[in-house]
Ligand binder design. Structure first.
Ligand SMILES: *Cc1c(COP(=O)(O)O)cnc(C)c1O
Length: 425
């Protein structure tokens, strides 16, 4: 990696923007409030212009005109067609990725699929940094299967990273499944996925990666790493829109043995024979369930195309620059106001968001949103998450955001806000 010699001041940020080979992609997105610094693309990506157009077409021309004929004019194949596009971003060869349901539901389906492939084993290995919904799903799976499994969580000494050794130590011959977020939602810690996958396979365990915070931001090589199963979200760095359907990956050789716990007609071998007996399709489509949300799926596809055009390597390169520059500014500007970095310093160990921690984090975040035109999000107990989306976040915005954060604290603007949490933070 090149040496990143950063300099203070907004002029330097402008110079970084002038050299940014992805700068033009910003114009592909609607900037309804030009002065708003949006730093939550890791929670909900911005809206591309082409998606507005695509939704309009899908509604008026397809639904409005084609009516039910739409199913034979591309809708029926949409989950696999869009799955193949996502496959390019996660290093998956053909026929292993489909778009389906939400990330949580896909995690449920693949977890049950994995546990039934390892009937003699009673352990699931996770970590304490995982997204709570993922842990809830695992707890629910355990209950559903009669409390025969135990969830073992790898600890985190610093609340930011998980030591590979600490994780390896709890993976053993009793482990059926290792399941983790590739990039953790709070600290942005990026796992060495190849090494973890290899460790799990040494003892015959399966691996299921949640790619929600990595797809579209960090290169992923599912086939090359030998990953068994994966799920991920499309409304974060893929900009698919609120509630856009998620994806799932099942490695080719597991598709014949993996069983979905939800048998629906979209996973049936020939659904329009209306056979009374369920017989799963041969491929990954057996993990489909029912009618997909076509409008959301088509909207997401148009946004996804933008990511494919930019290319994951260029995206990653800019992402590393953005997060490194932000950390430089945290060190040089914000540390003296009581902020502490809540993400890994090593660029190869972090995703595309950076958490900064402050005892008054919640109220600072409120002030940023209410009066400073900065939109990050807050994660308990004291993390302000700053999501940097390489397709539309500029270096100048990073500089300006840090300056506005400084002002909130230096001018004590946060004191005007209650510490009581709003329902959605
Ligand atoms: C965003 C995210 C999800 C989202 O799940 P939904 O089912 O779409 O609500 C799940 N897991 C992780 C790790 C996430 O980051």
């Amino acid at each position: 990696m090149e040496e990143l010699g950063f300099e203070p001041g907004p002029a330097f940020a402008r110079r970084l923007d002038a050299k940014d080979d992805l700068a033009s992609f910003r114009e592909a997105f609607i900037m309804a409030e030009p002065d708003l610094i949006y730093l939550d693309g890791n929670s909900l990506g911005r809206l591309p212009y082409r998606t507005v157009e695509q939704v309009h077409k899908a509604v008026e021309e397809q639904w409005g005109r084609e009516l039910v004929r739409g199913w034979n004019a591309g809708w029926y194949q949409a989950p696999t067609r869009v799955g193949e596009k996502i496959a390019q971003l996660v290093g998956a060869g053909p026929d292993q990725v489909v778009v389906s349901d939400s990330t949580s539901v896909n995690l449920f389906k693949l977890t049950i699929g994995a546990l039934t492939m390892r009937p003699g084993r009673d352990r699931i290995v996770g970590d304490v940094l995982n997204f709570p919904s993922d842990l809830y799903i695992l707890q629910g799976c355990i209950r559903l299967l009669g409390d025969r499994h135990h969830l073992h969580m790898a600890p985190s000494e610093d609340g930011i990273t998980v030591e590979h050794q600490a994780l390896s130590d709890i993976i053993d011959e009793r482990t059926a499944l290792v399941t983790l977020s590739h990039v953790t939602f709070k600290s942005s810690f990026l796992y060495e996925a190849a090494a973890v996958t290899e460790r799990a396979h040494q003892v015959g365990a399966l691996v299921l990666w949640d790619l929600s915070h990595s797809v579209g931001a960090v290169p992923v090589e599912l086939d090359r790493w030998g990953v068994d199963l994966a799920v991920g979200c499309t409304y974060k760095y893929l900009n698919g829109g609120p509630g856009a359907p998620a994806f799932l990956y099942v490695r080719s050789d597991l598709q014949e043995v993996a069983i979905s716990p939800i048998w629906g007609w979209f996973g049936q071998r020939s659904p329009f024979d209306f056979d009374l007996e369920y017989e799963p399709t041969e491929g990954v489509t057996r993990f489909l369930v029912g009618t997909p949300p076509i409008l959301s799926l088509l909207a997401m596809e148009s946004a996804l195309d933008l990511v494919l055009e930019a290319g994951i390597d260029r995206i990653r390169r800019k992402s590393v620059r953005l997060t490194s520059y932000l950390i430089y500014l945290v060190d040089t500007v914000l540390v003296r106001f009581g902020f502490v970095l809540g993400s890994p310093r090593e660029p190869t160990r972090r995703g595309s968001h950076v958490s900064i921690r402050h005892p008054e984090g919640y109220r600072i975040n409120r002030a940023l949103i209410e009066e400073m035109g900065v939109l990050p999000d807050f994660r308990e107990p004291d993390n302000i998450r700053l999501g940097l989306a390489p397709l539309y976040t500029s270096f100048f915005e990073v500089w300006e955001a840090v300056d506005r954060i400084r002002r909130v604290v230096e001018e004590e603007r946060y004191l005007r806000y209650p510490a009581k949490r709003l329902p959605v933070t």
